[in-house]
Design a protein around this ligand. Structure first.
Ligand code: NAD
Length: 264
C-alpha cells in the first residue's frame, strides 16, 4: 500500500529513542520529512544520524527542546513553526504506590504527558485546518482505559490524552484534518526495557523470565504474551498519519497485544 506520505512534514516528540524513534524511522522510510525531538542536542544529533544511516535518502532534522515546560514548547515552535503531521509521543512513567505520589509528581506527569501535546496541538491545528489537511496522533496507552494500580498518576494522564484527542477531533468536522489516539500495550522500548532489566536483576532472574512472569501475573489478559516491538506500534501510527486513513477520526486505536479484554 502506498501511504502517500512522500513530502509530508512530520514532527515526532520524544523521538530520540523508543516508540518515538521507531515512528520517526517508519515515517522517514515512507518519504516524510521528519523532525525528531529530545531534550539534548547530543541525543537529537545521534537520532538524526541513526535515521540517516537507516534511510540514506531521508530528509531528517531535529530540535532539542524539553517539552515538559511551556518554555520548551515555545523553543520548539520557534524552530519548527509548521508541520503537516504531529505525533505527540513524549511520555514518562514511574511505578509508585498511590500513597507516595506527591502533588508535585501529579503535576509533573500532567505537564509532560498531557500539556506537551496540548501546547503543540494548539499551535499547529489552526494551520492544518486552514490547509484542509493534517494529522495529529496522541500516543496514549492501554493504561488510559485500563488504569494501572502501580502508577495511578500515569493512567490519569493517558486517559486525559484520550479526552483531548477526541475533543480536538470534534473540532475538525468537515475538514481534511484528523486527530486520533493510539494505545500501545507493554512495549519493549529503551525506557521499558531498562525498567524490566532492573526488575529482573532485583528478582535474580533473566529478562526472559521476568517477561514471562509479567505476562503471567501482571498482564494475564495479554493475547500476545510478549512485549510489543516499537516497530509494531510505529506501523499503526504511520498508517494513521497517512492520507489513506482519512475515514479514521476521533478514534482510540489499540495496538496492545489484546491486553484490554473488550471487543471495541
Ligand atoms: P522511552 O522512555 O523509551 O523514550 C522516551 C523518549 O522521550 C526519549 O527519546 C527521551 O529522550 C524523550 N524525552 C523524555 N523526556 C522528554 C522531555 N521532557 N522532552 C522531550 N523529550 C523527552 O519511551 P517509550 O516507552 O518509547 O514511550 C513513548 C510513549 O509511548 C509514551 O507516551 C508512553 O506513555 C507510551 N507508551 C509506552 C508503553 C511501553 O510499554 N513502552 C506502553 C504504552 C504507551
Amino acid at each position: 500500500m502506498d501511504l502517500q506520505l512522500s513530502g509530508k512534514r512530520a514532527l515526532v516528540t520524544g523521538s530520540t529513542a523508543g516508540i518515538g524513534f521507531a515512528i520517526a524511522l517508519e515515517l522517514a522510510r515512507e518519504g516524510a520529512l521528519v523532525t525528531v525531538n529530545g531534550r539534548t542536542p547530543e541525543g537529537v544529533a545521534a537520532a538524526v544520524a541513526r535515521l540517516r544511516k537507516e534511510v540514506p535518502q531521508a530528509e531528517v532534522g531535529g530540535v532539542a527542546a524539553d517539552l515538559s515546560t511551556a518554555y520548551g514548547a515555545e523553543a520548539l515552535l520557534r524552530q519548527c513553526p509548521a508541520t503537516d503531521i504531529l505525533v505527540n509521543n513524549l511520555g514518562i512513567f514511574d511505578p509508585v504506590p498511590f500513597e507516595q505520589i506527591p502533588d508535585s509528581e501529579w503535576l509533573r506527569f500532567f505537564e509532560v504527558n498531557v500539556m506537551s501535546g496540548v501546547r503543540l496541538a494548539r499551535h499547529y491545528l489552526p494551520a492544518m485546518k486552514a490547509a484542509d489537511w493534517g494529522r495529529i496522533v496522541f500516543i496514549s496507552s492501554e493504561s488510559g482505559i485500563n488504569p494501572p494500580a502501580e502508577m495511578v498518576h500515569y493512567g490519569m494522564t493517558k486517559a486525559a490524552q484520550l479526552s483531548v484527542s477526541r475533543g480536538l477531533a470534534q473540532t475538525t468536522a468537515g475538514t481534511g484534518v484528523t486527530v486520533n489516539a493510539v494505545l500501545p500495550g507493554p512495549t519493549r522500548s529503551e525506557g521499558a526495557a531498562a525498567f524490566f532489566g532492573k526488575l529482573a536483576a532485583e528478582q535474580g532472574v533473566s529478562f526472559e523470565e521476568a517477561e514471562r512472569r509479567f505476562f503471567a501475573e501482571a498482564r494475564p489478559t495479554s493475547l500476545l504474551k510478549r512485549f510489543i516491538e516499537p516497530a509494531e506500534v510505529a506501523a499503526l501510527v504511520t498508517y494513521v498519519c497517512s492520507p489513506r486513513s482519512a475515514a479514521t477520526n476521533g478514534a482510540a486505536l489499540r495496538v496492545d497485544g489484546g491486553v484490554v479484554p473488550t471487543m471495541c
